[in-house]
Design a protein around this ligand. Structure first.
Ligand code: ADP
Ligand code: MG
Length: 260
């Protein structure tokens, strides 16, 4: 059974893309087949894996508009088992071009349907907004994965996100679950980080992963080398924490063969 998971938080800079790239890579290293779909026009999920599509190369935009199949636009990364659907600035236009279309929230779901079963996990790296691109991701997903930066305004906007999830459940995807909440960029030398993480844990309870991602310079350097951190510096703390996260994530998966 394929699990499709949207990595979402409408705040920018909270670690969505870093988590999308490095959790996907860690699961591929654990011999799962993984597809990472880049739904952000900034295209950082693709470039973080060394994939920068040429303008004429098909990407998320063309798949959403039905111009090419998902299969035609997929790119294999140099990590076996990890494929990516790259995006680029064209994707900004998709929000506007799809606005009049019937079923505009279901474009991604429909494009994924024929190819889903090839993968154990499909992650969708969302843009920092709750617009049509994110709605497409939420409609296509089994669950949401929410990275939260361990800082003062962390919980700001979480209410809006959960409200959007409720609306999606009512109108578009009744089964959408919360996969988990990940504390990112934590620096527990500060009282503030400890306070914020307690606040998040008391709000989300068991949904918060035990694994915490600390600030780590290697995590911020790796994308400029077009590599997930486990290829860039496997011994780094960031690499080890994302491998820990992958283990914890796998432990929390429903047993295979059991339809939810
Ligand atoms: P988002 O996708 O939510 O906008 P990113 O994953 O792009 O966030 O992260 C924002 C910035 O912070 C990037 O420059 C990234 O390299 C850096 N970053 C993310 N996580 C960490 C971390 N744990 N330690 C250090 N830098 C990080
Ligand atoms: Mg991002």
């Amino acid at each position: 059974m394929t699990r499709t998971i949207a990595i979402v938080n409408q705040k920018g800079g909270v670690g969505k893309t870093t988590t999308a790239v490095n959790l996907s890579a860690s699961l591929a290293a654990a011999e799962r087949s993984v597809l990472l779909i880049d739904m952000d026009p900034q295209g950082n999920a693709g470039s973080g894996l060394g994939i920068r599509p040429e303008p004429e190369q098909p990407q998320t935009y063309h798949v959403l508009l039905g111009q090419v199949s998902l299969e035609e636009a997929l790119v294999e990364t140099n990590l076996p088992g990890l494929a990516v659907l790259p995006s680029g600035r064209d994707l900004i236009g998709a929000e506007v071009e799809l606005i009049q279309e019937i079923g505009r929230e279901r474009r991604l779901l429909e494009a994924m349907e024929p190819y889903k079963e090839r993968f154990d996990f499909i992650f969708i790296d969302c843009p920092p907004s709750l617009g049509l691109l994110t709605l497409n991701a939420l409609t296509a997903s089994d669950s949401i994965f929410v990275p939260v930066q361990t800082e003062y305004y962390a919980m700001e906007g979480v209410g809006h996100l959960l409200h959007a999830v409720d609306l999606v459940r009512k109108r578009l995807n009744a089964d959408l679950e919360i996969e988990g909440v990940l504390l990112t960029m934590a620096d527990f030398r500060t009282n503030l980080a400890r306070q914020v993480s307690e606040e998040i844990r008391s709000f989300f309870g068991q949904k918060v992963y035990r694994t915490v991602i600390n600030r780590n310079i290697r995590l911020s350097e790796a994308p400029s080398h077009g590599q997930p951190v486990l290829l860039y510096d496997i011994a780094s703390r960031g690499s080890q924490q994302y491998l820990d996260l992958a283990r914890e994530f796998l432990e929390a998966q429903p047993p295979t063969g059991q339809n939810r």
